[in-house]
Design a protein around this ligand. Structure first.
Ligand code: ZN
Length: 462
């Protein structure tokens, strides 16, 4: 059996390998085409085994696809070059373990090989909501298999732009993927709404989250700055559309020379079994502080933290152990930091409250919610910025607001005065893994830069 530590290590390796593999598949974008998007291969989940990485980097990966023409799986496997034990194993796993027993004309198979050895099979039901996969040890048997849902069906794109007007305009002029829409062009109102949503989400992630701590987008941005991004997209195969998911890596190169970079790293936090993506600077320091400044996207402080105040409902003075943010009913409430939900229920004067335990002895609470976020429970690990509920006025409350409180080592503290600690930096084995990823990205950024034209000359310059 694998020990948990060993499994974790394998996951780390596989993921960094996956990123390297994906980088390899991306060709530098072609500027002359008028689009700065380019990705040849549909590298979807980062599933390829560590053993195939060398082969992938050596450019020996071959993908053969075949269509299940008449509903006969065996024929399609044969057409894709899957024979012998691989054939027998694939049939058995698809039918008996993955329960994909009935195939239809139009279902697709994709088999990946390296040096003639099978490394992965994907079976993609036509019009389905995802695909089945089986990973193989090259020259060996099946390693792992599963089903990837459509909402997890992602791929990675590279984009590079030169800022000519605003960052937003540069991204939307140069940065829209050709297959954002089924036709490859923006023809309908729906297409343009999708395009605007894509760039809006992209820009929000870039300027409000990833680079917010390092770049002032009102004052710092200049014509001729360059932006390099690795973007994760969701694929909707049946409609041939893509949607923005998140940014994996970003490099902002100022025309004046300064460079701001943000690198990705996948890891498994101690309090969770989930693999999560975090962003770090080159030295392994996190880009984030441990907590957001406030738990709502907008809101006004209606009652600050205080040792004693006249309680508006109770009518007598008592301490206010938190900060109240007034906001309309239904406003999203965010977890201010990563942590585990330890309470999620109606609790006296707090009304509906969520309490979260974070690292370093911190705990936060969010009261008076109108409702909780779907799909969470006590014990759920939530990320910083994840929605945990919605503003309301349950419990002892005179109007819609969130009562936000923070404890450190069991004592109430004023969140506004707490010096927000940084997220722990990467260390040891994780730092070594991360640095390998940084080097892979550096090489890729360099290749992308070679293909960019020089910044445009200022018209009528003196
Ligand atoms: Zn309060």
């Amino acid at each position: 059996m694998h020990s948990p530590a060993r499994i974790r290590k394998r996951v780390l390796l596989a993921i960094s390998a996956g990123i390297a593999a994906t980088l390899f598949f991306m060709k530098p974008p072609s500027w002359s085409s008028g689009s700065c998007w380019s990705l040849d291969s549909d590298i979807t989940r980062l599933h390829r085994s560590i053993d195939s990485l060398g082969a992938i980097l050596a450019d020996t990966l071959q993908v053969r696809t075949s269509l299940i023409g008449d509903g006969f799986l065996g024929g399609a496997l044969w057409d894709a070059g899957v024979v012998g034990n691989d054939y027998v194993n694939t049939c058995a796993i698809l039918r008996d373990s993955l329960l994909w027993r009935v195939q239809h004309p139009g279902d697709t198979l994709a088999a990946s090989f390296t040096h003639g050895e099978l490394v992965e099979i994907r079976a993609i039901p036509r019009g389905g909501r995802g695909f089945y996969y089986i990973s193989f040890e090259p020259g060996g048997g099946p390693l792992s298999w599963g089903y990837v849902r459509q909402d997890e069906w992602t791929r990675i794109r590279a984009v590079t732009c030169t800022v000519t007007s605003t960052v937003w305009e540069s991204l939307s002029e140069g940065g829209l993927p050709r297959d954002l829409t089924p036709t490859g062009s923006i023809l309908t109102h729906r297409d343009s709404a999708r395009a605007i949503a894509y760039v809006t989400e992209l820009q929000h992630e870039l300027t409000d989250r990833l680079l917010a701590f390092d770049i002032d987008f009102y004052y710092d941005v200049q014509t001729g700055d360059r932006v390099h991004l690795l973007i994760e997209e969701v694929r909707y195969p049946e409609s041939s559309e893509s949607g923005f998911r998140r940014i994996l890596a970003a490099k902002y190169e100022f025309a004046a020379g300064r460079i701001v970079e943000v690198f990705p790293f996948y890891h498994t936090p101690d309090s969770s079994d989930d693999l999560v993506l975090d962003h770090y600077h080159r030295d392994g320091a996190s880009i984030r502080t441990m907590f957001l400044k406030m738990p709502v996207p907008f809101g006004r402080i209606s009652s600050p933290f205080s040792g004693s105040r006249l309680h508006p409902v109770l009518g007598y003075s008592r301490a206010h152990n938190g900060i109240d943010y007034a906001a309309p009913t239904g406003t999203e409430i965010y977890a201010v930091g990563d942590g585990v939900i330890m309470m999620r229920q109606s609790s006296g004067g707090y009304g509906n409250i969520v309490r979260i335990r974070h690292g370093n002895g911190y705990e936060t609470g969010y009261g008076h919610m109108s409702s909780f976020a779907a799909g969470q429970a006590v014990g759920t690990y939530v990320r910083q910025g994840e929605i945990i509920g919605y503003v309301g006025s349950t419990g002892l409350s005179t109007g819609p607001h969130v009562h936000f409180e923070m404890k450190r080592n069991g004592q109430y503290v004023n969140p506004a005065e707490e010096i927000l600690p940084p997220v722990d930096p990467l260390e040891g084995e994780e730092l070594v893994e991360f640095q390998a990823g940084v080097r892979a990205l550096e090489g890729y950024w360099a290749r992308m830069s070679e293909d960019l034209p020089d910044p445009p000359e200022e018209a009528g310059g003196a």
